[in-house]
Write a protein that binds this ligand. Structure first.
Ligand SMILES: N[C@@H](CCC(=O)N[C@@H](CS)C(=O)NCC(=O)O)C(=O)O
Length: 205
């Protein structure tokens, strides 16, 4: 989701191949033994197989909203916050959401640990509309999809316990035009299908 958000913002066009994880196409496995989505292959053949790296690639090509430099000197701080999200928050999210897949994981303990990260976001959102200022940054679009998942595990608990500023920040992203556009459900790629370009207006059904 976040890779799609960045590609959409930077108006870079890519060919999109929707993958169903339980039936990964051989063409994907051939270029990425890691076999996770998203994976992006560049025209020269280089392969990027981390969503954050795809975002950076996209925005380094073209960053019309200045997501990489929201406010002076905040770039390094943004990357640190994203690393915390991708590291410990993701770790806690997985164990809260899929407790039964992890031996000895107490989902509620991981929910409490995840809440601490939301409190860090809250402290930032008390100071400005977005995480690093009055306009969106890379950090906002890199982090909100994970908070969305965290919120979805137990919506009632989230509404009662998550900081209000984080709830409204999340709601704003979920209601955004860009998010609506990237949530379009593409059908799984098949080598005989015509090329699907992204971001282009998705086909109407
Ligand atoms: N750190 C990687 C994580 C990618 C990842 O784990 N993606 C999941 C789906 S969201 C996946 O492809 N899992 C492989 C599988 O379920 O087989 C990234 O951000 O790109």
């Amino acid at each position: 989701m976040r890779a799609r958000m960045a590609i959409m913002v930077c108006r870079q066009q890519v060919q999109l191949r929707e993958v169903v994880l339980r039936n990964k196409p051989q063409q994907m496995l051939d270029i990425s033994a890691k076999a996770t989505v998203p994976v992006l292959q560049l025209p020269g053949g280089a392969v990027i197989e981390e969503s954050l790296q795809i975002m950076l690639w996209a925005l380094q090509n073209n960053d019309p909203q200045q997501l990489l430099s929201p406010d002076k000197n905040k770039h390094a701080q943004m990357l640190v916050l994203i690393a915390d999200n991708d590291g410990s928050f993701k770790h806690n999210l997985d164990r809260y959401k899929y407790g039964n897949r992890y031996e000895n994981a107490d989902p509620l303990q991981h929910r409490a640990a995840g809440l601490q990260f939301l409190q860090v976001l809250d402290a930032l959102l008390q100071q400005s509309t977005y995480l690093f200022g009055e306009k969106p940054s890379l950090a906002d679009i890199a982090i909100f999809p994970f908070v969305r998942q965290f919120a979805g595990v137990d919506r009632n608990w989230f509404e009662q316990s998550a900081p209000k500023a984080v709830q409204s920040w999340l709601s704003k992203w979920l209601a955004s035009k860009q998010f609506g556009a990237i949530m379009y459900k593409y059908t799984a790629w098949n080598s005989e299908d015509p090329v699907v370009l992204f971001a282009e207006k998705p086909p109407t059904r």
